[in-house]
Design a protein around this ligand. Sequence first.
Ligand code: F6P
Length: 328
Amino acid sequence: MKEIKTIGILTSGGDAPGMNAAIRAVTRSAIYNGWRVMAIYRGWQGLIDDEIVEFTSSSVSNTIQRGGTILKTARSKEFLTQEGREKAFANIRKHHIDALVVIGGNGSLSGAQELASEHDIPVIGLPGTIDNDLYGTDSTIGYDTALNTIMDCVDKIRDTANSHDRIFFVEVMGRDAGFLAQNSAIAAGAEAAIIPEGQTDVDQLAEFIGRGVRKSKNSSIVIVSESQKDGTGGALYYADRVRKEYPQYDVRVTILGHLQRGGTPTAYDRILASRLGYASIEALKEGQRNVMVGIRNDEIVYVPISRAVKWDKPIARELLDVLAVLSI
Ligand code: F6P
């Protein structure tokens, strides 16, 4: 592999708390090794539009505690086209970038894989998404912070649910993955979670009502993953059903929305991001390419990006049982 002198770094897709800690770690580890760091603004779109400046060590000062991404982010439609990726690669050459570090979720890392399959550029992915839906890593940067944010919100909603004897359907993010819903439900002591992974022939609402929770409790909290791409599901859908099928229940809906994406990263996310960022430079020094750096059983692992984005990351059956048993 060509000797690396300069790397490019970008964040893409949905922002996630801890992305700044990752940018800081990548930047400082690269500079420590004598490499230059080119910061690419607004994700893949910024690479196409040549929004690129050199970072020094002080460019990332005072950022570890900040949510969002100082590099800004975008969801680029143009990068999905071959012409878009050609423009992006032209800018990679223009700035003499020898390798790219990409921080983002499924779509962003799929883009990285596509670029690397068409052009000679080593890419290292860092899992940055609140959804925790990348295969091969126990946690993604931002997931722990989002989980804590949801837990704090549900703790507050619980006061009203209790005081008024209501059922609350609380909608959380996670388009295709129920990690946020399932684990926030456990952490907040909710009565049930309705998750995309459970969308089988079993009706998750009927199952929740059928458990007879209302016999032992006057109030309940059900955490629901946001609606699917086809528009089915979501908290409003389930609340409407309960209003029709069980008019005796007093039902309310809270959609947490983008409240879940911002905020100060937790210590866990800052440390994770710092470790993964440092490891991305070590990976490049070892000659790795087109891998995502993840964490498993507290150890750094390299996962081919093709697997990280395509393979399913199932929710452990045990987590479903824990919630079901503890919510009686
Ligand atoms: O992938 C992260 C995520 O927050 C998903 O949970 C959510 O479905 C989506 O991004 C929302 O994206 P946007 O902010 O572009 O509406």
